[in-house]
Design a protein around this ligand. Structure first.
Ligand SMILES: O=C(O)CCC(=O)C(=O)O
Length: 250
């Protein structure tokens, strides 16, 4: 169970890291699973080229265009991944934030994120909730580091407390990224902190928390397993992409 301080940290800062929550042996097994999926090009996969983010290849046909970014639909791929998505200890933690009845969304994240050395892109400051459609933008994503995550391989940065900020549309660009060229955002962006993780560390973050990540400048692929959860009384809006996959009760 989390301490009162950990719970308060999540509520005020919008994120919480639990170090060494998962056995590194499990992490290595998931990396091996991911490498096999990449070698087999086992769809569904999102490619760097699909994102059109800075640094991504221009198309799937361009040099590096076959570089994967996310191995999608992770939970349904194997009991290996589903077991962590529905882990008992994880459920107990999520219940402290979301109440007794917690659902795993298969429509969002639900992936092994890969950040590969040669063709990885940079992700600007954004809230995951920008394209998600739920009654409230109050979901929690659970980011399991499968290996070391540091600035040199493109780890996450977050703006602490930004899940509570009121942001005007003129502070965002047309894709709803926080504009880095806006004087209004200067003091906000100065508050950024880097989330360095080791294999087995778990980052919990609110779907309204602004976060960004750089590209991978090392020679090793970075892997993270990421799932998203909601409370029972926060269903996806009917007909939206958020409702397009069955949800799984924890
Ligand atoms: O690792 C990254 O590049 C960032 C991923 C991310 O922010 C997201 O998928 O929402």
């Amino acid at each position: 169970m989390l301490t009162a301080e950990q719970i308060a940290h999540f509520h005020t800062q919008g994120y919480l890291v639990i170090p060494a929550m998962v056995d590194p042996v499990y992490c290595r097994t998931v990396i091996a699973f991911a490498q096999h999926a990449l070698n087999e090009a086992a769809e569904p996969i999102e490619y760097e080229a699909d994102t059109h983010y800075p640094g991504a290849p221009n198309s799937r046909e361009a040099e590096g265009g076959q570089t994967a970014r996310r191995i999608l639909q992770a939970a349904a791929r194997s009991p290996l991944l589903m077991n962590w998505a529905r882990d008992f200890q994880l459920k107990k933690i999520l219940q402290q934030f979301l109440g007794d009845s917690v659902y795993l969304s298969q429509a969002h994240h639900n992936c092994i994120m890969t950040k590969q050395p040669r063709f990885s892109s940079r992700t600007g400051w954004h809230r995951d909730s920008r394209y998600w459609n739920f009654k409230q933008p109050e979901l929690i994503s659970v980011w399991l580091a499968l290996g070391r995550e540091a600035p040199e391989n493109g780890c996450l940065k977050v703006l602490p407390g930004s899940h509570l900020w009121l942001i005007n549309s003129n502070q965002l660009d047309s894709d709803q990224f926080l504009r880095t060229d806006s004087p209004e955002n200067e003091t906000l962006l100065e508050q950024a902190i880097t989330i360095e993780l080791h294999a087995g560390d778990v980052l919990f973050f609110h779907s309204n928390l602004f976060h960004e990540a750089g590209n991978n400048q090392t020679s090793q692929t970075k892997y993270s397993l990421v799932f998203t959860y909601r409370a029972a009384d926060n269903p996806p809006l009917a007909g939206s992409r958020s409702a397009s996959f069955e949800e799984i009760a924890m």
